[in-house]
Write a protein that binds this ligand. Structure first.
Ligand code: NAD
Length: 453
């Protein structure tokens, strides 16, 4: 038996003991996970620093604080979410008990990505634990140090039989994918997403796909451009542009392009100093492969700000590109790096047309003081999430479903959405063995007399 087979078999066996069905047991596991974050912050942050050059505060702000909040929410609400949900009855079932009984799916496979390695791997795990499942956790091999810390720490704090960590790259993941799971929760790019779905189809395993794409950002000429650019600069260059919901490109009228460039430039200087390379708050591209991928997008472009780079350090300066055409290289795939193309468009109509020509994005941003503009953008496009006058922050609202649509993903999670996604919502009806008379009319022979007609 391979290491991967063993982990899945152990998780299945642990699930079959039934211990994860107890809500108290689940809450205890979540509390242990919470303890991991309060006691091991230094180790977590040190690994993130090595992988992505984030500061300790940055690691806390973008990764662990959100997870701790999510765990608290689950601990507070789990009893209520896991309880039977009584539903409206019809005439035929008036005297019955009719309810939804959430039950665990079984063994879930969580495959994480590298860009916010804790956030995107542990959030699905929180949902899996809360819903009473076993879960095999596969962190991304790309964030080498974090993956090792996860492998070392999780078994110390949570049930290592129910929630084993399997590290490794493509061969290990593919070996895992040959096993039978009851749900696969994948975060990563859309191309690999298709590989995962193909493997899942062999076992008819349901999937959640948290993917990416090109998230557009429209700036209305009538808005406060300085505030808009401040928020966009933050959303774009955090984690060196390696954020699934980062604004990928800007759409605006030509008359404001220069102003946008100047304002973004001003914010880059304010956030990351004159020399972002030496600024502790500015990240690095994860590895040389991604460095080369992002640099190749600069080939046919017109650099307005930045462009400096250093391959040996995986450094690419915060960069703005002007007068970009839809056919440009940088517009052909998700950038996932610190390049911000500006595409001049003649109107809101043209912006909407252009957005609708592409795949449905994970997030869509519009900056405007005018509700009509905001509503038109919302109603005439589609995307996983929609934000007006800010970037990224919808991710932090646990009451909102987080997920993509079309090419940007399948299914949503966060808070109760995670619980429901990783539960089977079993429809239940309990009838008494009395009052058989009222059922007479449903049994043959069917006569009008029986119906009282
Ligand atoms: P990655 O390279 O770490 O891959 C993700 C996972 O897939 C890893 O665990 C990896 O081992 C596995 N994998 C890779 N190739 C595989 C293969 N051929 N067969 C089986 N498994 C394989 O991460 P990535 O894909 O570079 O991540 C970046 C992408 O993820 C971006 O597109 C980004 O937008 C998206 N993303 C989405 C979200 C979200 O919540 N929607 C969050 C983070 C990242």
């Amino acid at each position: 038996m391979s290491r991967e087979q063993q982990a899945v078999a152990r998780a299945r066996k642990a699930f079959e003991t039934g211990r994860s069905k107890s809500v108290e047991y689940r809450i205890n596991q979540l509390k242990n996970l919470q303890r991991l974050f309060s006691e091991r912050q230094k180790e977590i942050a040190a690994a993130i620093k090595k992988d992505l050059n984030k500061t300790e505060v940055g690691a806390q702000f973008y990764e662990t604080l959100g997870l701790e909040g999510e765990i608290s929410l689950f601990i507070k609400n789990l009893k209520e979410w896991a309880a039977p949900r009584h539903v409206k009855k019809n005439l035929l079932t008036m005297s019955d008990t009719v309810y939804i009984h959430p039950e665990p799916l079984g063994v879930v496979l969580v495959i994480g990505a590298w860009n916010y390695p804790w956030a995107v791997t542990i959030r699905p795990l929180i949902g899996a634990i809360a819903a009473g499942n076993a879960a095999v956790v596969k962190p991304s091999e790309v964030c080498v140090h974090t993956s090792k810390v996860m492998e070392d720490l999780l078994p110390i704090y949570i049930d290592k039989e129910l929630y084993p960590v399997v590290t490794g790259g493509v061969p290990e993941t593919q070996e895992l994918l040959r096993q039978k799971f009851d749900h696969i929760f994948y975060t990563g790019n859309s191309t690999v997403g298709k590989v995962i779905m193909e493997a899942a189809a062999k076992h008819l395993t349901p999937v959640t796909m948290e993917l990416g794409g090109k998230s557009p950002c429209y700036i209305d000429k009538n808005c406060d451009i300085s505030i808009a650019c401040r928020r966009i600069t933050w959303g774009k260059y955090s984690n060196c542009g390696q954020t699934c919901i980062a604004p990928d490109y800007i759409l605006c009228e030509p008359s404001i392009q220069n102003r946008v460039i100047e304002e973004v430039k001003k914010c880059i200087k304010e956030f990351y100093t004159d020399n972002p390379k030496t600024c502790p708050d500015y990240g690095r591209i994860i590895n040389q492969r991604h460095f080369k991928r992002v640099m190749a997008m600069l080939e046919d472009s017109n650099i307005a700000v930045g462009g400096e780079n250093d391959e040996s350090d995986c450094y690419i300066a915060p960069t703005v590109l002007r007068d970009v055409k839809p056919e440009a290289k940088v517009m052909q795939e998700e950038i996932f790096g610190p390049l911000l193309p500006i595409l001049p468009v003649s109107s809101l109509d043209e912006a909407i047309k252009l957005i609708n020509k592409g795949e449905k994005p994970l997030a869509l941003y519009v900056f405007s003081p005018d509700n009509k503009v905001i509503e038109r953008m919302r109603d005439e496009t589609s995307s996983g999430g929609f934000l007006a006058n800010d970037c990224l922050v919808h991710y932090s609202v646990s009451a909102l479903p987080f997920g993509g649509v079309g090419n940007s993903g399948i299914g949503c999670y966060h808070g109760k959405f995670s619980f429901d996604r990783l539960s089977h919502l079993r429809g239940c009806l309990v009838k008494k063995l009395k009052m058989e008379g009222v059922n007479d009319m449903r049994y043959p022979p069917h006569t009008l007399k029986k119906l009282g007609w």
